[in-house]
Design a protein around this ligand. Structure first.
Ligand code: ADP
Ligand code: MG
Length: 141
């Protein structure tokens, strides 16, 4: 599925809508440059999961956990990691078993850690405020 958004709000809406289609335990792997909209998308996703706290980028913490929604959200930023090994060191396998949605920014770096049924979200900057969002691995109704 590919959608084009023309504002931050529209990208949040795509994330919000996707939340309803995800099973607990799903890994969402984001691909896209700095400023593409990965964190913005995750904010909408969190809202769709019923999480009421503010979502901030886990660039420095590597992982942020939100437990207040219907399904927990665990938000990773792999920017400072170099390989899947680093991810296993922070307990990736335990996270996979939490029944949470695992949203992973900078997935390129840890591709080897992802399960087969990972949902992939590629966000490309087109023009100033336009983004092309391609979602694969989701079952379409
Ligand atoms: P990333 O996490 O990929 O580095 P962010 O979500 O933090 O990116 O930042 C995206 C930036 O791009 C924000 O400043 C946002 O306002 C801006 N922006 C402009 N147009 C869009 C759009 N259509 N979708 C998402 N973000 C957009
Ligand atoms: Mg980000």
């Amino acid at each position: 599925m590919t959608v084009v958004t023309n504002s931050e709000r529209e990208t949040r809406q795509v994330g919000f809508d996707l939340a309803k289609k995800l099973r607990p335990g799903t890994v969402l792997a984001f691909y896209g440059d700095l400023g593409a909209g990965k964190t913005t998308f995750t904010k909408g996703l969190a809202m769709g999961l019923g999480i009421d706290s503010e979502i901030t980028s886990p660039t420095y913490t590597i992982v942020n956990e939100y437990e207040t929604g219907e399904t927990p959200l665990i938000h990773f930023d792999m920017y400072r990691l170099t390989s899947a090994d680093d991810l296993f060191e922070i307990g990736w396998e335990d996270y996979l078993e939490r029944g949470a949605i695992l949203a992973v920014e900078w997935s390129e770096r840890v591709e080897a850690a992802f399960p087969k049924d990972t949902v992939r979200i590629k966000i490309e900057k087109n023009k100033d405020t336009q983004r092309v969002i391609t979602i694969t691995g989701i079952e379409e109704a």
